[in-house]
Design a protein. Structure first.
Ligand code: FAD
Length: 336
């Protein structure tokens, strides 16, 4: 077992500050490695995301998570103790054959508080992260890695190990010149888009519902965001289109995608007349390898990949993937 005293101060760079990258970086740091994180957007947490406006906020990416693996269950319990996460028990329904019915699901659902992005922002506080740095190239120099970013060009720091904690299409761009195994994995993982609406209705739905799974329609999920714990601001609903429809129509204009989803909402019983609607397109929302390897590591060139797409998709998979890669990567470095 490695501990923080025995491990030499090797430098590991992690690309991507979603849950997988944050988890991997946090655990490597705890083991005594020097870590640096690069993130292309302005803040941490990736697809665990909360859109904030003057009078409202809404989780427009991941909606909630479940916990089945013992290590993740333990971590979620500690997040709950720290008040970073809370249980969410929505009035949950299913739309099928033109009707809403009660859901039979007994899953325990967790959400970060006060928004889904809060957990990533909390984890990010203890890590050195450079935001607004889009890594555009990774270069092997001797036994080290050097990065190039769109904003800063070629950087000077040499790293002993490199972790890509980013969606597979973005990982593929970076690894295709340097590692054929990693490229094959990334190329085999298709990720689907997700068209998302954030809506303030003028006329509230007549039926009692906090969230609903929708089957056999272009919409797959509706959720009253304010039904989650500690949400503030105007009452907003989040609506996701299903992955197949979103991917097929990924190049629609926002106006056309919105119009089709609004028509579908009418079928579900929602009245969108005069509603305030904000539309977002997630280009790489979901997807996973059919046989998930959990994470990837080349011991020879000290290159690792982690993320939900390597571990069954979803938040629990992202955490587990980052967690497992940190352990495997740490084991590559000799003890002093
Ligand atoms: C609409 C939607 C709904 C979802 N619903 C659920 C749900 O209800 N439950 C659930 O469990 N999961 C859900 N998910 C999936 C969940 O969000 C993901 O499984 C999880 O957040 C993935 O974490 P990650 O760290 O692997 O990747 P990400 O969160 O995508 O993090 C990757 C990070 O890398 C950054 N990045 C990418 N390329 C570069 C680059 N070149 N340089 C620098 N930075 C880069 C990105 O900006 C991002 O911050 C949903 C996702 C979406 C989009």
């Amino acid at each position: 077992m490695l501990n923080s005293i025995d491990v030499p101060k090797q430098k590991i760079v992690i690309i991507g500050a979603g849950l997988a990258g944050l988890t991997c970086a946090t655990e490597l740091q705890a083991l005594g490695f020097i870590v640096e994180v690069f993130e292309k957007s302005r803040g941490a947490s990736g697809r665990m995301s909360t859109r904030r406006s003057a009078n409202w906020e809404a989780d427009h990416g991941a909606q909630y998570f479940t916990a089945r693996d013992p290590a993740f269950i333990q971590t979620v319990a500690s997040w709950m103790d720290q008040k970073q996460v809370a249980l969410w028990a929505p009035n949950l329904k299913v739309f099928e054959d033109k009707h809403w019915r009660a859901s039979q699901s007994r899953d325990q659902r967790y959400v970060a508080t006060p928004g889904m992005s809060s957990l990533g922002k909390h984890l990010a506080k203890r890590l050195p992260i450079q935001f607004e740095q889009t890594i555009s190239q990774i270069e092997r120099v001797g036994s080290t890695w050097v990065l190039h970013s769109s904003e800063a060009g070629r950087m000077n720091t040499a790293y002993d190990g490199l972790v890509l904690a980013i969606p597979s299409p973005q990982a593929l761009v970076l690894v295709k010149e340097v590692d054929s195994w990693a490229s094959a994995l990334a190329a085999a993982s298709n990720m689907n888009a997700c068209w998302t609406l954030m809506i303030k209705f003028v006329t509230q739905p007549a039926f009692d519902l906090d969230a609903g799974f929708v089957n056999n329609e272009i919409i797959s999920w509706v959720c009253r965001n304010n039904s989650k714990p500690e949400r503030v601001g105007d009452e907003y609903w989040v609506v996701h289109a299903n992955p197949q429809w979103s991917q097929t129509f990924v190049e629609l204009s926002k106006e056309d995608a919105t119009a089709q989803m609004v028509a579908c909402l009418a079928q579900l019983g929602f009245n969108c007349k005069d509603a305030a609607i904000t539309t977002h397109r997630w280009r790489y929302a979901s997807g996973s390898l059919a046989t998930p390897p959990e994470c990837y590591l080349s011991g020879e060139i000290k290159l690792g990949l982690c993320g939900d797409w390597l571990h069954g998709g979803r938040i629990e998979g992202a955490w587990l993937s980052g967690h497992k890669l940190a352990t495997r990567l740490a084991a590559l470095f000799p003890l002093v």
